[in-house]
Design a protein around this ligand. Sequence first.
Ligand code: GLN
Ligand code: ZN
Length: 772
Amino acid sequence: MTTIPAFPTGTILGYPRIGRRRELKRAVEAFWAGKISAEELEAAAADLRAATRERLASLGLGRTDSSIPEAFSYYDQVLDAAVTVGAVPQRFARLVKDDGTIDLAGYFTIARGEGQDTPAEMTKWFDSNYHYLVPEIGPETDFHLASDRLIREVAEATASGYRTRPVIVGPVTFLLLSKPSVDAPEGFSPLDRLDDLLPVYAELLAALTAVGAEWVQLDEPGLVSESIEAPRDVVLAATASAYTSLGGAPVRPAIFVAAPYASLDDALPVLLETPVEAVGIDLVKGDLPSGITTDKVLVGGVIDGHNIWRGDLEGAFASLESLKGLSPHVAVSTSTSLFHVPHDVEDEPLLEEWLTNWLAFADQKVGQVATLAKGLIEGKAAIQSELDAATEALEARHAAAGVRDGAVRSRTAALTPEDFSRGDYAARLAAQDEALNLPFLPTTTIGSFPQTGDIRKTRAALVRGDISVEEYTEAMRAEIRRVVDLQEEIGLDVIVHGEPERNDMVQYFAENLDGFAVTQNGWVQSYGSRCTRPSILWGDVSRPAPITVEWSTYTQSLTSKPVKGMLTGPVTILAWSFVRDDQPLRETANQVALALRDEIADLEGSGIGIIQVDEPALRELLPLKTKDHADYLDWSVGSFRLATAGVEDRTQIHTHLCYSEFGVVIDAINRLDADVTSIEAARSKMEVVPDIKHSGFGRGIGPGVYDIHSPRVPSVEEISDLIEIALGSIPERQVWVNPDCGLKTRGYDETVQSLTNVLTATRAAREKAAAK
Ligand code: GLN
Ligand code: ZN
């Protein structure tokens, strides 16, 4: 590059894509349902992008200085990168058209599957609750520029008078997050294909330049994570080679490498050696780098993109001042993309004002960035009143009633090791066998049944006050009766109530515990078109009254089979809420655990013999740096045990975890000491089973036999094969049969067919075992 364009003094790494009223979700789902055409979907998306640019400009980002990121996605940014570089899983090769391109319908097919072709695997994005689609790369993957979507979006921005900054997942992270394709030979690593991939990125960079981009943002969070399989020296060598090569591309925008979620550590000097022009570092999760000086732009991620607190603006500005010691060119940004937080606090009329004053959602954070940028340009005095206002809000928060509750604090302070442990497993097993009398290969579901439109409408009617609590309760009971009848008919052994009364597995508890607030419009993308509304955990947590007991006892009154009570575990409640940042997570987790412990005691006391405490997020909160693992696993496992250790031997504790990379956390899962653990396993075809075998996991285990993330009905043969694989490696007596996860997002027809197939396959396996 001859002259380097100026980097904007204030920017954000990304912005929510789903729309203030989830417009994108609605448009995409209408397209899937065949209600609108691809053109109509494209038009809706273009409107949304235009509105976003307008909004960001009105909040203080420059229209033409590359500060507005062009970071839209129809489904997922990793899938975007895969489709851009033509990395289509082999089973979807037909989606690549004769001219080498992949259209929007093809893009969604990879995400959602089609017929017998299963969708790309989904897994969690770093330490967040966002799920990306795992690319599949093999020696045969034909890298080529297969989609010009990003190029068109930049052109669209340019045409409307903006100069935006295109954002794409960088080549190193892209390959680090990929898995080898099914046919890849033993020992193949996607990173082996880096040299073949880079020319496609170079071609993309040239095309982005041609439509007006002066800067491009390549996201490389893969460089901060130590939870990545490739050895560190290989990652560093790939980084050096990728950015030396892209930096040498003849026609390209200036390159900004962003590395959110933790510190870059030894990857920072490596990047600084390459010709890239700017590096973004996360100063919220990571520390100020030491021993480094550079002429490149250092973009300090000092505004937390992953949480909703207004926070310490004075401290954020101080971090930027320190960064000036490392480079003469310092800019301010969010620590991560803002797609982890909702759009706008102003859009929450029901939140109390004292609380909103402590908060900053995406729009407020953009405002904070603009303020700090002004401070960088004009000096601190120019923004002192904004800094002071934030400090004042922070002080008010620390002093506010409910933030510290004496009774809660003395209870956690008095905990002893006995509070964290249950008796010997053999005695528990004997007592449970006697109490529950379950068949070989017991079958159950993970908890929720389809949330029909009727259920949602009834809940909304209650919230609006259109129906009474009694009417609502009766409607939910009717739904529970239907779900119980259905399970009896299909032949499931352990019955659930289906969770119709729960809008969301965390929000439901948040609404019923003290210390939480819930939002009205605070939607955050979880995967594809699926969004959740994380609650805000702002104060000390306690349980004012039993929460689930009446629902569970009602359900038990309908059946002679055991009913499984259903709770969300402390780690998941934390992971899927916006948590307070003013005390260690360990303390917050123990407060939540004690509230759940009381709930479990009440369930047990009311005759519920099986209680499931879901911890799907246990893996997700695992810190990205290895040095932080032991402490995390200690408090997270501890909080689960604190919640569950109060029960009698005869009470069976289940847990459920939503992923298949069991490896790293298997010891922790073992230490949860649950009697039965269900996990996701179908999408990866039981890849997890060898890990279970090798870990010597000795209690009940239900590796999911059907993938609930897509509407596809698995065949009996397919399920039989999976059961067979499980029985081949795990001692038979330990095996449970269940779906991968809750059925909430599924329709009734496919659910009934799928569960019927599960039972048919299970019965066949039972017969086969009996014949032996
Ligand atoms: N019990 C919950 C359900 O079935 C579990 C969901 C989850 O693990 N994400 O919906
Ligand atoms: Zn799950």
